[in-house]
Ligand binder design. Structure first.
Ligand SMILES: [Zn+2]
Ligand SMILES: [Zn+2]
Length: 111
């Protein structure tokens, strides 16, 4: 007779240690979105071409200057250069990987 070891339970006394006091609240840092909403160009965290509004709508500099005239097509707010996050911070606080692409909003803003 061979008894399987399926029921071996280890003591889970370490659970209380894994509960962290306070995670950083979501939204405490910039998302650093990976692309321009207008042309879908890649905007990596170290890019100096990335510009954002106060809601973090993210665009490349050429779209901001040529199509958007410095204004966010989503909220009408001003667009400013996105600060770059130091590489060592990126390791712990990685940039967003969720691409947002809304070219129709950009077309509306063009004159
Ligand atoms: Zn663009
Ligand atoms: Zn916006």
């Amino acid at each position: 007779m061979v008894a399987p070891h399926s029921e071996s339970r280890s003591t889970l006394a370490t659970i209380s240690r894994t509960v962290r006091p306070a995670e950083l609240p979501v939204g405490a840092m910039l998302e650093l979105r990976p692309n321009c909403e207008c042309c879908d160009r890649d905007l990596p965290p170290e890019s100096t071409e990335a510009m954002i509004c106060s809601f973090e709508c993210t665009f490349c500099r050429s779209c901001v200057e040529s199509k958007l005239k410095g204004r966010c097509p989503n909220c009408g707010g001003e667009l400013v250069s996105r600060p770059r996050r130091p590489a060592e911070k990126l390791a712990k606080n990685p940039a967003s990987t969720q691409r947002i692409f809304k070219p129709q909003g950009c077309a509306g803003a063009a004159e």
